[in-house]
Design a protein around this ligand. Structure first.
Ligand code: FMN
Length: 183
């Protein structure tokens, strides 16, 4: 049977929650990114990597990009966890555009990519993140409202609040994909 692991990088716990749900469904371990190295990747046939979205980038994704020589013969599932609603095609297009700036076209086609929705609690943000979100809000408020994307509108609507969109049902296609590898 093939060996599977979930590795995640989570700053405020949303990606961690998904990683734990996925690991439970796949009967495997979930390991924080900080504890994973290229040696860890060598030990598994299927690697599920999840990271929070921060200004379009996936937290800790260099674990995948710097070890692609190892990963290109393995099954790799990448999931992002962000505030933007992945049910909205425009949001997914934006996430994929940002991903394709970091991942080569080989990586984009080799990795099975999924998008899950996290949450935010403004009171818990560190100073840098608070400042970044404040600047983003200011920039969006200065735009013509007709130019705002649904993602922008969502940010303005939820700014300063506590929102949590994590949903254990949204992992089902990812888990089915992972299980198809272990057959
Ligand atoms: C500074 C900052 C930038 C963010 N940028 C994005 C983004 O580009 N796209 C998005 O969908 N969510 C963005 N978010 C929301 C996070 O992705 C969301 O809070 C996610 O649940 C974080 O996962 P984590 O708690 O596992 O770190 C951002 C949040 C912060 C604080």
């Amino acid at each position: 049977m093939s060996k599977t692991i979930v590795i995640y990088d989570s700053k405020y716990g949303h990606t961690k929650q998904y990683a734990e749900w996925i690991a439970k469904e796949c009967s495997c371990a979930a390991l924080p990114r900080k504890q994973a190295s290229s040696a860890t990747l060598s030990d598994y046939d299927t690697i599920i990597y999840g990271g929070g979205l921060y200004a379009g980038g996936v937290s800790g994704i260099n674990l995948l990009t710097e070890n692609y020589d190892l990963l290109n013969t393995k099954n790799v599932i990448l999931f992002t966890c962000g505030l933007a609603d992945p049910e909205n095609k425009e949001n997914v297009t934006h996430i994929r555009e940002a991903l394709s700036k970091v991942l080569s076209s080989d990586m984009m086609s080799h990795f099975q990519i999924f998008h899950l929705r996290g949450g935010i609690d403004y009171k818990r943000l560190n100073l840098i993140h608070k400042a970044m979100m404040g600047m983003m809000r200011k920039m969006l408020l200065g735009k013509n409202p007709s130019e705002l994307s649904t993602e922008d509108e969502e940010l303005l609507r939820t700014y300063g609040k506590v929102v949590d969109f994590t949903d254990c049902n949204s992992i089902s296609s990812l888990v089915a994909c992972a299980n198809s590898f272990s057959k």
